[in-house]
Design a protein around this ligand. Structure first.
Ligand SMILES: Cc1cc2nc3c(=O)[nH]c(=O)nc-3n(C[C@H](O)[C@H](O)[C@H](O)COP(=O)(O)OP(=O)(O)OC[C@H]3O[C@@H](n4cnc5c(N)ncnc54)[C@H](O)[C@@H]3O)c2cc1C
Length: 385
């Protein structure tokens, strides 16, 4: 018992019990791995997963992201705990971005997503909006909303049923590989396994550093604002689909009788905490340019929330084995899309662990891309909200 701490040994350690860690644990356990999931908090889904706005969509600019979301949504459709609702995503696209967006819609359709290109006027019939500067819009009726807690807890239950051990309230402080094993030192115990899956969400970069590895994942605070119940006449359009104005960056959707809405602040990086109420002024101002009826909405301050995106330099996830670090697998950097990709990610990570070709080619998402294409950002995911 080195250092006086108890030692648990398994065949795979999963760092983090968010939706990604839980999905990986289940899929690894299905493959016969003896899995230990280590989570700092006292329950699953308390990191980004519990702060998500719960959107799932097929509309991405990068093909691999469409594939990951599509396979995950297919899985969630079969899972009652996911409570999948096809509420649709409507993108309103400015003229200068329309050609590239329409191309992406073609790619999404070719992959089987029912994405329609529509005119700005048609978009405004779904959700009232001004048409200034818009080149077109896209609508996908099978995009929608899920219950991230429900999915995460279901993956935990499935993993446990196959023997996976979940250790809560244990913060991993340091990791090192010695004699063919990864050794994780936690706050009150030690863990050993030949395989480690880094599913620590916004903390994935930090945890990698504790193992002397560089994984370019950094936190960025994102705030979701919530209105009071809508005035009677504005309820006529409800449920409002996910509606994204790519000109201003403002998004909105129905949540019961209310709307949730927001807009990413690119300057909001690092582990900032709490709600930035000054940013609300900026979001309101931008929202009014496209949705003038916003001036009639009241905010419910107690129902607003915040959490961290886990950003990478090109807004794509980092998946797969780490060069130079045998047994280390990354499953992180989802850049705000991890809920809608977890189902597929659990599968590809288990395939990677077993040395098999993944059912979705993840080569474009391997960490090596950052050294190969330091200056090339052509594969950057453009549809980050
Ligand atoms: C406001 C907001 C809105 C979002 N909206 C959407 C959306 O609409 N659709 C979508 O798909 N995604 C959305 N996301 C992103 C999504 O929530 C994340 O991509 C996803 O939850 C990532 O899951 P995860 O399991 O990787 O991370 P997390 O859920 O953060 O899990 C990581 C876990 O690791 C644990 N951990 C960290 N460090 C340690 C340590 N040292 N020791 C032990 N445990 C540790 C943490 O406690 C945490 O529980 C949103 C995120 C935010 C913040």
């Amino acid at each position: 018992m080195p250092g006086g701490l108890s030692v648990s040994r398994g065949r795979a350690i999963v760092l983090g019990a968010g939706i990604i860690g839980a999905a990986c644990a289940w899929r690894l356990a299905q493959r016969g791995f003896d899995v230990i999931v280590i989570e700092r908090e006292s329950a699953p889904a308390t990191g980004s997963t519990g702060r998500s706005a719960a959107g799932v969509r097929h509309q991405f600019s990068e093909e691999v992201n469409v594939r990951l979301s599509m396979a995950s949504i297919d899985e969630y459709r079969q899972m009652p705990q996911a409570a999948y609702r096809a509420q649709g995503y409507l993108f309103a696209v400015p003229g200068d971005a329309w050609n590239a967006h329409r191309e992406a819609a073609r790619m999404q359709r070719a992959l089987g997503a029912p994405v329609e290109t529509i005119t700005p006027a048609e978009a405004a019939r779904r959700v009232p909006m001004t048409l200034d500067g818009l080149g077109g819009a896209t609508w996908c009726p099978s995009d929608g909303v899920v219950d991230p807690h429900g999915i995460c807890l279901e993956y935990v239950a499935r993993a446990r049923a196959l023997g996976a051990r979940f250790v809560f309230g244990e913060a991993v402080e340091h990791l090192e590989r010695r004699d063919g094993l990864w050794r994780a030192r936690g706050s009150s115990a030690r863990f050993e396994a030949p395989l480690v899956v880094n599913a620590a969400g916004p903390w994935a970069g930090e945890l990698a550093r504790s193992a002397s590895l560089i994984v370019p994942v950094s936190p960025a605070r994102r705030i979701v604002f919530t209105t009071a119940p809508l005035p009677e006449d504005l309820r006529a359009c409800a449920p409002y689909p996910w509606t994204i104005d790519l000109a201003s960056g403002v998004y909105l959707r129905s949540e019961g009788e209310r709307l949730i809405f927001g807009c990413s602040n690119p300057a909001d990086t690092g582990f900032e905490e709490g709600i930035d109420w000054l940013w609300l002024e900026e979001v309101y101002t931008r929202a009014l340019t496209r949705f003038p009826w916003f001036e009639r909405l009241a905010i419910d301050r107690r129902a607003c929330w915040w959490g961290y995106y886990e950003m990478t330099p090109d807004a794509n996830p980092v998946l797969g084995r780490m060069p130079g670090a045998p047994g280390w697998i990354n499953a992180c950097g989802f850049s705000g899309h991890g809920v809608q990709q977890a189902g597929a990610v659990g599968r590809v990570i288990a395939e990677e662990a077993c040395g098999e070709a993944a059912f979705i080619d993840i080569d474009a998402l391997r960490i090596e891309r950052f050294s190969h294409r330091a200056e090339d950002r052509s594969n950057r995911e453009r549809l980050v909200i």
